[in-house]
Write a protein that binds this ligand. Structure first.
Ligand code: URP
Ligand code: ZN
Ligand code: ZN
Ligand code: ZN
Length: 510
């Protein structure tokens, strides 16, 4: 049930500045409960040319304005997914969702911006960036980039500077797993952290001990465990806890903020909780799959069903999901991503005889907003304002694009969703908008449906219909030195001052 109405690109605005030759697009969202991360009120929201102009209890407008009645509904900032992989070449194949299909799916699910991971080409950041610029040229919603660092030399160090100062990248990801592919060692991690700090860029880690995972995988194969359950058994939570602790301590040693992507276990979450308790700036990102699912699926007798749940770090035993939810509700974890990395059943079948060859990744870009609403808000674990914080605002703050994104305020981009708390959603592969033939949330239902998505001031999702066009999404540059860097230099100075003067020793006479 996929309705795509594709508008020709020539009719659409492709940059943030209003083209005077186009008729201005004026929109009023009337009578809804407008929710920001720190405040909610019943108000109208008036939008002109992609920008929010006013938020007031009543805004009178003329006939030329399109009016949407939001009475009884929540009007919230569009979701921002901090962690996606569209058109990603990985494990002998490439993800099935590209920048158009993945983003169309996102918009249908209330996400209006995502941040994807640029992977360098043969270690070259510039070549990687150019490749991703091309991939993203078919975008239909706003996006930003993180960049992975996969090797270390003077060129990489210089390119990081160019990425931050010229290309709008303010975060770099280090893979502590995927031995023989993306994995880096501690020496590189330290060099990378130091460089990030000097540039005001946020260091991110995929935290699993890759050497131990490699051992674990060999052991499972030797034991004759070749199916998807071997994936979970080969890389237990303790290896995620170890790498998380190591990354946290190295970031503390360098004195730079750290972002831990896809926190999947209690082990990793507790390391983050302890570090934050001691005042360290560590951000923890759970993903929808880790909050909503448990590992039992990996033991399913049908390979296709089991394989669709293979991602890294693995979805954990029952109990980890609830603990991650509690951590999110208490602010121990700060924002929710998806790690949307979609491989269809044919691709997953690459590992039919060996779980090590099952492409790692699950869907989520379209489901995140509904799943988090259901698990956190409907369940009573989280307020609506906190929902806005963890799905949108905190991401915008961390990546330094707030309040352009992540807020319903005059001057902010008009990326807005309207959620009806009294209607219901249902997730199925038949009705979703991703190119995937499966869905890890197959059959999930709940109360609270995103009925309208507005991106850049245009209604792109309404009445279960998508109106999107390739080439209309914009690249959002993200400046360095977010709030996480405030006072970092003062802490360095404090540390230097606290060092004792070198001990003066008399020359030995012997
Ligand atoms: O299994 C996963 N997570 N695939 C995507 C790559 C990554 O590690 O984020
Ligand atoms: Zn990862
Ligand atoms: Zn991942
Ligand atoms: Zn990822």
């Amino acid at each position: 049930l996929t309705f795509f109405i594709i508008f020709p690109t020539s009719l659409s605005q492709s940059n943030q500045f209003c083209d005077a030759s186009l008729p201005s697009s004026k929109l009023l969202i009337k009578g809804g409960t407008v929710v920001n991360a720190h405040h909610q009120q019943i108000a109208d929201v008036y939008i002109e040319d992609g920008i929010i102009v006013a938020v007031n209890p009543t805004i009178p407008v003329g006939d030329e304005v399109t009016v949407i009645d939001a009475t009884g509904k929540f009007v919230m900032p569009g979701g921002i997914d901090p962690h996606t992989h569209l058109d990603f070449e990985f494990m002998e194949t490439a993800t099935i969702d590209d920048f158009f299909s993945g983003q169309a799916a996102a918009l249908a699910g209330g996400t209006t911006m995502h941040i994807d991971f640029v992977i360098p080409l043969k270690g070259s950041l510039t070549a990687g960036f150019e490749a991703y610029e091309k991939k993203a040229s078919k975008s239909c919603m706003d996006y930003g980039f993180h960049m992975a660092i996969t090797k270390w030399d003077e060129t990489v160090s210089r390119e990081m500077e160019i990425m931050v100062k010229e290309k709008g990248i303010n975060s770099f990801k280090f893979f502590m797993a995927y031995k023989g592919a993306l994995m880096i060692n501690d020496e590189l991690l330290l060099e990378g952290f130091k460089k990030c700090k000097s540039l005001g860029a946020l260091a991110m880690v995929h935290a699993e001990n890759g050497d131990a995972v490699y051992e674990g995988q060999k052991k499972m194969i030797e034991l004759g465990i070749t199916g998807p359950e071997g994936h979970a058994l080969s890389r237990p939570a303790v290896l995620e806890g170890e790498a998380t602790a190591r990354a946290i301590r190295l970031a503390d040693f360098v004195n730079t903020p750290l972002y831990v992507v896809h926190v999947m276990s209690i082990d990793a979450m507790e390391e983050i909780a302890n570090a934050r308790k001691s005042g360290q700036r560590v951000i923890g990102e759970p993903v929808a799959s880790g909050l909503a699912l448990d590992e039992s699926w990996l033991w399913h007798p049908d390979f296709e069903t089991a394989a669709k749940y293979v991602m890294s770090p693995p979805i954990r035993k029952q109990g980890h999901d609830k603990a991650l939810q509690a951590a999110l509700s208490k602010g121990v974890l700060q924002l929710v991503g998806t790690d949307h990395c979609a491989f269809n059943s044919t691709q997953k079948a690459l590992g039919i005889d060996d779980f090590r060859k099952i492409p790692n990744g699950v869907n989520g870009i379209e489901e995140r907003m509904h799943m988090v609403w259901d698990i956190m808000v409907e369940s009573g674990q989280m307020t609506v304002t906190d929902y806005v914080r963890v799905t949108s605002t905190e991401c915008a703050r961390i990546f330094n694009i707030y309040p352009r994104k992540g807020a319903i305020l005059p001057g902010s981009d008009a990326d807005i969703i309207i959620l009806n708390p009294n209607s219901s959603f249902e997730i199925t592969a038949k009705s979703h908008h991703s190119k995937l033939d499966t869905n890890v949330y197959e059959g999930r239902k709940g109360k609270g449906k995103i009925e309208v998505t507005i991106a850049g001031g245009k209604i792109v999702w309404e009445n279960n219909e998508l109106k999107v066009a390739p080439g209309t999404g914009r690249y959002i540059k993200m400046p360095p030195f977010s709030y996480l860097f405030d006072g970092i230099d003062k802490k360095d100075a404090f540390y230097l001052n606290s060092l004792q003067a070198p001990v003066k020793r008399a020359k030995s006479s012997t």
